[in-house]
Design a protein around this ligand. Structure first.
Ligand code: SAH
Length: 273
């Protein structure tokens, strides 16, 4: 198995939209929990992760943001509401874009938010047209995340910022990071680098890395919670994807929740003025 093509990724998101709604809700990304005593729901914790990443940026009212891999629009809607900005969101999944535009209209934000189908590998925007480029848990899907980041750098205005959440390879307890026990990693479908390597790629794209927060321990409970919901939805899920795929997916959720070498990072970088 290699990385699926962007078209296949989009098709999968749309085909499994009902299931994803049940598992993750409207935010298709991890949650953030303060510590073990934090019993926030996955939904509340997911909003907190959006707010944490936003808190690492300087967001001025009226700023123009590009959301690469926007899902059904929840993070962009949150950002537009909290920070009074304009946003364009792109996703490779047509159904997500329809839902995102409907949700923006329902929130009275259609004049400031626009969602469109596009492949992040070929971003259809002029250079220096955004103050912020935001990619939340989407880059790992893309055939070449460094290519996407280099393009994102070109789309930023000087002084603009890139904000990312992504999976990373993480060394723990003096052990060299090795995520080869995770099947998607072993098969080449999920590519991971350590934080230093990630930062080097940001620099190679002409950006100056500023914030980096390893939130692996704060986000890890997401997998167990998603697994719990997946099991609760077993009958509907099996009907949808078949017994074999159900068991594979469930075992992946468990593998991720037990795998210290698969970490999660919040990153920001600035385009020099
Ligand atoms: N950022 C959103 C969604 C994360 S899920 C959220 O946090 O809620 C990953 C998203 O990346 C999906 O919307 C998927 O369609 C999108 N995506 C994956 N590959 C893509 C590509 N090549 N081009 C554009 N979007 C892509």
């Amino acid at each position: 198995m290699t990385k699926p093509t962007p078209f296949k990724v989009g098709e999968a998101y749309d085909n499994f939209a009902d299931l994803l709604d049940q598992l993750w809700g409207e935010n298709l990304h991890h949650g953030y929990w303060d510590d073990e005593s934090d019993d926030s729901s996955l939904e509340d914790a997911a909003i907190r992760l959006t707010d944490k990443l936003a808190g690492m940026l300087t967001i001025k009212p009226g700023a123009r943001l590009l959301d690469i891999g926007c899902g059904v629009g929840a993070p962009a809607i949150r950002l537009a509401t909290e920070h009074d900005i304009e946003a364009v969101g792109i996703s490779i999944a047509q159904g997500q874009i329809e839902r995102a535009n409907e949700r923006a209209a329902a929130a009275g934000l259609a004049d400031r938010l626009n969602f469109q189908v596009a492949d992040a590998m070929e971003l259809p925007f002029p250079e220096e047209s955004f103050d912020i480029v935001w990619a939340m848990e989407s880059l790992h899907h893309m055939p070449d995340r460094w290519h996407v980041i280099r393009q994102a750098a070109r789309l930023l205005r000087p002084g603009g910022q890139l904000a990312i959440t992504d999976f990373m390879l993480r060394s723990t307890g003096g052990k060299t990071a090795d995520a080869s026990s995770v099947d998607l990693v072993r098969m080449g479908a999920l590519k991971l680098v350590e934080l230093d390597g990630y930062r080097a790629e940001l620099r190679a794209a002409g950006l100056e890395p500023d914030g980096a927060e390893d939130v692996s321990d704060n986000t890890r409970p997401s997998w167990a919670k998603a697994a719990e919901r997946f099991e609760a939805a077993r009958d509907a899920a099996v009907h949808h994807i078949g017994e074999g795929q159900f068991e594979t997916t469930l075992s992946r959720f468990r593998a991720f929740s037990d795998e210290p070498a698969v970490g999660y990072v919040l990153l920001t970088a600035t385009k020099p003025a």
